[in-house]
Design a protein around this ligand. Structure first.
Ligand code: UDP
Ligand code: MG
Length: 326
């Protein structure tokens, strides 16, 4: 059997502090796997620079000139982790049998890449890297993440528990992924929908090797919200239910007060009036806000703006060059 061509895709945003170490370590693993004849010697690393403002791109580019396994994809501006990852996957699949995506900070155990490949050779199209424990995350992140996965499950979204974006995908799985044309990308929700044979490998997640998280609280919350509203309309249903309940309750109240009025003892009062006005007003605003959120999504989808623009692509350049010389 011919060894599969592997490309490891790494989205990078302002990662100058950790990048050289990441390149060195991934390059080592790639070298080992090639020597063991587990993967083809044309396997590559593809670093996607997501519009970094520091030296990230110049480091990638310099390395790509010195090491023929290293390639760079420079996006024209910062489009976010998910879009950067998609750009990497779609570029890499052009000349790979399988692609592994991994973060630039080496929090994920790169030793399991070997197991990824073994599973791929066993016939799995998708291999999920799943964190066994989250000991290195601080308590707030741990708790919010736990709540998020539980909530998603309740909302009927099939997410792999504790799996982020460390995974292997076969070329045909990425071909399928490409057919999901949504602009609001939430890859870890979409990938399980592909439905091809898949399996999980468990590992311990480490501390970020260097640099700071590129997902501060605000970004993390908006990412989670994006995930929920992209995959479920249960929140709107919940609001509908709330509306029905409040309608029912106010109907009963209405009956009660009208009866009371006819009996000659209608109750009047500023407190009850103001409370119900604020309550109903609040509920209506929440409902409108939530519906607005979904309409906003439709608005974005309807515009079909491109998810990213590629400025420089040394991966495809090399690929085309090889084709021309052959
Ligand atoms: N990242 C990116 N674009 C962004 C934000 C992050 O490409 O706008 C990359 C980042 O460089 C890293 C990965 O996404 O490789 C995950 O980010 P990070 O490790 O900071 O997230 P955390 O592990 O803290 O959730
Ligand atoms: Mg990280």
């Amino acid at each position: 059997m011919v060894e599969p061509k592997l490309t490891i895709v790494v989205p990078c945003y302002n990662e100058e502090e950790v990048l050289l170490e990441t390149i060195a370590q991934l390059n080592n693993v790639l070298g080992e796997l090639i020597t063991e004849k587990l993967i083809s010697n044309e396997s590559k690393l593809l670093f996607v620079d997501d519009g970094s403002k520091d030296k990230t791109w110049s480091l990638i580019y310099k390395e790509s000139l010195e090491n023929r396994a290293v390639h760079g994809l420079k996006l024209s501006r910062n489009v976010g982790h998910q879009n950067a990852l998609l750009a990497g996957l779609l570029t890499a699949k052009k000349s790979s049998d399988c692609v592994i995506s991994i973060d630039a900070d080496l929090q994920d155990d790169i030793q399991i890449i070997r197991e990824f490949i073994v599973k791929f050779k066993d016939g799995f199209d998708i291999v999920y890297g799943v964190r066994k424990r989250r000991d290195t995350d601080h308590i707030f992140k741990k708790k919010t993440a736990e709540f998020f996965y539980k909530l998603m499950r309740k909302l009927g979204v099939n997410l792999i528990y504790n799996h982020a974006d460390y995974r292997l995908m076969s070329k045909r799985a990425i071909d399928e992924l490409e057919r999901f044309e949504e602009v609001n990308l939430f890859l870890r929700g979409i990938v399980p929908l592909i439905g091809f044979p898949s399996t999980s490998i468990y590992y311990d997640r480490k501390e970020r090797l260097a640099g700071t998280t590129k997902y501060p609280l605000k970004k993390m919350l908006s990412f989670a919200f994006e995930g929920i509203t992209s995959f479920s309309i249960t929140p709107i249903r919940f609001v509908l239910l709330l509306g029905l309940v409040s309608f029912f309750v106010s109907f009963l109240f209405g009956c009660y007060f009208i009866t009371l009025k006819f009996l000659g003892g209608a109750e009047t009062g500023w407190t009850s009036l103001i409370t119900s006005i604020w309550l109903i007003g609040g509920l209506q605003l929440i409902a409108i806000g939530l519906i607005g959120e979904y309409i906003g999504k439709i608005y974005k989808e309807a515009k079909r703006r491109p998810k990213y623009s590629i400025d420089i692509d040394t991966f495809s350049m090399a690929h085309q060059l090889i084709e021309r010389t052959n």
